[in-house]
Design a protein around this ligand. Structure first.
Ligand code: ZN
Length: 348
């Protein structure tokens, strides 16, 4: 098969739109809708939602004797209102695994109880250097001393409640998307970058009029960051699951922002050797450069499905993302390579 071209502009336009759609885990419906709307442009795929709110796309293949699935997640890190303080500011509880200092100073939106959106920012409660001196630098950031300063005139708990804010309201961190010299810098590239790769792969094959080799399910999951995203939604007849999620870049890692990576082991143990070997073979065959790596503090939706009892081969691929679960960055080269790998897998 001649390799179909990847529409890079489509990939980036979809990615920027998705990054700018807030979707902390538990409040990801808008991002699911955004993705469903984009996938609805491809009539070969039939779409449905699971009861849990994930998006499932079914794509009939040339064969259906060994159906496959790919998964990526739209949910992201975020927070919820834990407490409305007597001065009107908000204490938070984290959604997903991150350190408070990685969001300090970031703008945020509170999705208040009746649909109001209240803007604000995440700060240390002793934020002013001119008032608190070295405490600003030395305080260990935790649930007790981090807060939201609302961009509204509120000096009491009652004032903030009058804005519609209640305990349990969701909070999204501003992604701050910027594209420069092929670099995509944004929060939540984990895993919106990979959702964009899946869509770009669908577009490449659809534009070329090519059907996948096997009937394929795409699961766009909405609870990955808390560990059970793909526990449901994969049809039982599926024999292989490829999770598409970011590769972890840092000291001692082979992954980088310019490559796609095969993860052979993470915190959940080794992935399926046979499927991993086949993905390597496919990449070699199509001349797609890739890294092979191990991620020290990492779990994926592939493991979520294994833990839920899924009897499938599971592998994990994805683009290198620098400063993951922080202010992240990747490069278009890694996104295109990941998309090509998905295309090659789908057609092999
Ligand atoms: Zn992820």
């Amino acid at each position: 098969m001649a390799f179909p071209p990847i529409d890079q502009q489509y990939l980036l336009t979809f990615l920027v739109g998705l990054l700018n759609t807030p979707s902390p885990t538990g409040y990801a419906d808008q991002a699911i809708d955004f993705t469903a709307n984009a996938l609805s442009a491809f009539p070969a795929l039939s779409l449905r939602r699971t009861r849990k709110g994930a998006l499932v796309a079914t794509w009939p293949g040339q064969h259906a004797d060994a159906p496959r699935a790919l998964t990526a997640h739209v949910d992201t890190l975020g927070a919820m209102v834990k407490e409305i303080k007597s001065d009107g500011r908000l204490k938070l509880t984290k959604i997903g695994g991150f350190a408070w200092n990685t969001v300090e100073g970031e703008g945020c939106t509170v999705f208040a109880s009746k649909g109001e959106r209240v803007r604000g920012s995440i700060l240390l409660d002793k934020a002013s250097s001119h008032v608190y001196g070295k405490v600003v630098g030395e305080a260990v950031r935790d649930d007790e001393n981090m807060e939201v300063r609302l961009d509204a005139q509120t000096v009491s708990k009652e004032d903030s409640e009058a804005l519609g804010i209640r305990v349990g309201d969701f909070i999204a961190f501003d992604p701050r998307v910027e594209i420069t010299n092929g670099f995509v810098r944004s929060r939540h590239l984990d895993d919106k970058a990979c959702v964009a790769c899946l869509l770009a792969a669908v577009k490449a094959l659809s534009d070329a009029g090519v059907q996948p080799a096997q009937t394929t399910t795409l699961l766009i999951s909405n609870y990955e960051e808390v560990g059970h995203g793909a526990a449901a939604g994969i049809p039982p007849e599926v024999t292989e699951l490829v999770a598409v999620d970011m590769a972890a870049v840092g000291d001692g890692q082979t992954s980088d922002e310019y490559h796609t990576t095969l993860c052979v082991k993470d915190s959940g143990g080794p992935y399926h050797h046979g499927l991993s070997q086949r993905l390597r073979q496919i990449a070699d065959e199509y001349g797609i450069p890739y890294m092979v790596d191990i991620y020290p503090y990492y779990g994926s939706d592939g493991e979520a499905y294994w833990r839920a009892g899924g009897d499938v081969a599971v592998a994990l691929i994805g683009p290198g993302v620098d400063a993951s679960h922080n202010y992240e960055r990747t490069h278009l080269e890694a996104l295109v390579a990941t998309t090509q790998w998905v295309v090659a897998y789908l057609t092999s």
